[in-house]
Design a protein around this ligand. Structure first.
Ligand code: ZN
Length: 238
């Protein structure tokens, strides 16, 4: 059985983790707060590539302080960013927490996973001040994609590529050396594609996205499998 490469997900349930292990889904897991970070660190799983970063939904000075040891230990920082759609955390606090983590990532030359929901333009302008290696996860805004392409970012194509024109735009226009696919975890796949999906929906979502990219870019599915692996490895340094 060949490996699949899921560029973005979370800890999920034990059942989901067992599924990823059994199905050989190499997965970048983002821990978004100190509690998740401790849980992720304790996870012994060869399929998991671990990233640590204070999520914008949890942005708060005390949480940032508690997150610092994890940020120092991290090989990949994320997911971090800003969100004006799905959370009510003060915008200024979000920005300060985001900047602190960008600063640390730049100083230590660590790759960064970005969450930019509703704040696409602002976040793109902000990261210009911190040149580095970025992965924009599940980009889904019809605008501002160019601002990230100019900065040579990586992107993960979200599981709703077949029905979301903004996600399709990513699949169609991002350089092939910068494309990956992601699920954002089983919960997000269900949210995007249907609450009744079985766990196998995780695998199907990745395969569907790769098939979709292959058709859109005139490639063989094999080539897309290969490039999602290469891009994942290059970004993560593995
Ligand atoms: Zn996520």
């Amino acid at each position: 059985m060949r490996e699949l490469w899921d560029g973005h997900a979370h800890l999920g349930t034990e059942e989901e983790r067992a599924f990823r292990e059994r199905e050989r889904i190499r997965t970048m897991i983002c821990a978004g707060d100190p509690r998740e970070a401790a849980e992720l660190e304790a996870l012994s799983a060869s399929w998991a590539v671990k990233a640590y970063g204070l999520h914008p939904w949890k942005a708060d000075p005390a949480a940032l302080k508690a997150m610092e040891p994890w940020l120092k230990r991290a090989r990949i920082i994320g997911e971090i960013g800003m969100d004006s759609v799905w959370c009510e955390v003060d915008r200024k606090v979000q920005q300060e927490v985001f900047r602190s983590q960008l600063e640390l990532a730049r100083a230590e030359k660590k790759p960064v996973v970005l969450h930019v929901k509703g704040m696409e333009k602002e976040a793109a302008e902000l990261i210009r001040e911190y040149p580095g290696t970025y992965l924009v996860h599940w980009y889904s805004d019809p605008n501002w994609l160019d601002l990230y392409l100019e900065q040579d970012c990586y992107f993960t194509v979200g599981p709703d590529v077949a029905k979301n024109p903004a996600v399709r735009q990513v699949a169609c226009s991002v350089p092939l050396s910068r494309l990956m696919v992601e699920t954002d975890g089983f919960g997000a796949v269900k949210w995007a594609l249907g609450e009744e999906l079985p766990l196998n929906g995780v695998k199907q979502a990745l395969e569907n996205s790769m098939r979709w990219i292959a058709e859109a870019r005139g490639l063989k599915p094999e080539e897309v499998y290969r490039l999602t692996e290469e891009n994942f490895r290059r970004f993560a340094g593995i």
